[in-house]
Design a protein around this ligand. Sequence first.
Ligand SMILES: C[S@@+](CC[C@H](N)C(=O)[O-])C[C@H]1O[C@@H](n2cnc3c(N)ncnc32)[C@H](O)[C@@H]1O
Length: 394
Amino acid sequence: MIEEVTRLVSERYARAAATGEQMCCPTGYDIDDLKSFIPEEVLKISYGCGTPAGLDTVKPGETVLDIGSGGGIDCFEAARRVGPGGRVVGLDMTDTMLEIARRNASAVAHNLGHSSSNVEFRKGMAEAMPVEDGTIDLVISNCVINLAPDKRKVFREMFRVLRPGGRFTISDIVADQPVPQYLIHDKDKWGDCLSGALTVQEYLTGLTEAGFQGTHQVKSQAWRAIDGIHFVSVTLTGYKLPAVMEPNGIRFATLRGPFSRLVDEQGRLFRRGEAVAIDAKAVCAFRTPAFQDLFILSREPARMTTGDPRFVAIFPEQKPCVWQGHFALLTGPFVEAEDDDHHLYRRGVPLEICSKTLRVLTEEAYRRHFLIINRSQSEVAGSEVACDPQGGCC
Ligand SMILES: C[S@@+](CC[C@H](N)C(=O)[O-])C[C@H]1O[C@@H](n2cnc3c(N)ncnc32)[C@H](O)[C@@H]1O
């Protein structure tokens, strides 16, 4: 099955590259901007589902690896962002893709004003990358890992090639529930980035098991629903923390909110306002952007009560709610979290929510932690439901 899937996927993309076929989903890149330095031949075969090289993820001077680089669109955008002092490696298993990417590299370098190309394309598999251990600052990938039959191997390879302190930003297609066998064994749908899609829960757990910490959603966008299964394009970032941590005297973390309670990837429980003793590894994780604004880090235990301006709580409106088909999936960086209406969210597990909770979760402080889908096929004429005054209508 593994060899068969790989062969089918490679043939599919070789054919697409040769014919310039349009596939997959809109990425969100500003194509007019990219046209200013990337040749049309590359842009025409852009088959991604996000913008992992955009979003200010790539920093000047970095070494970036793009898994499944295809015609090279993300590599070339990364080449612009790392600048002449940085380096980009594109990896792909399909010769036709590599040929197109390689023959456009010098034109891109010329358009960017670089004296030579800072992009190199290598042939290889995502499951066994021809890249040395600990040499990469940032791994990117755009709509590729869903195509790999053994995703856990890919996640382990990502962890291996990153230097301690490195990170990934990957865009991929995930599903809100397990993809059934009849879709998994549909040859055409593998190439369409559907059959191989993991659930959100499997994807996040796979990355954590590979060693990544602080994995969280950067962006998500509903893509297609097939037979009631919702396929979503999601962009995630996570970290390979340094082996030696510098806690700088920090020993406690106090949850500010908006969650009333949460459990992190190490199983530590935090209640809003209460100081919890943390180790150097947690200090390091909580300093990453994934945890920005969520905790107060301190040398001595810091308690916080409701009157404190740093205390964040968002309550639902006190009026009847309506069920409209919405489900919320917690996307991290924690494995479990509770809101002020006593909903318990488990990472990647869909929870049906009413209109009032939808409004709460789309507030700025909550939004980045959730992927929201609507499972109703048509307009819902939901009747109003009176909630318990103590909360908990859904
Ligand atoms: C959907 S295309 C995306 C290409 C590119 N990232 C983009 O955004 O245009 C998937 C690419 O990944 C490559 N690919 C798929 N599975 C792979 C694997 N297991 N190892 C290496 N490359 C793979 C394919 O050859 C193809 O070029």
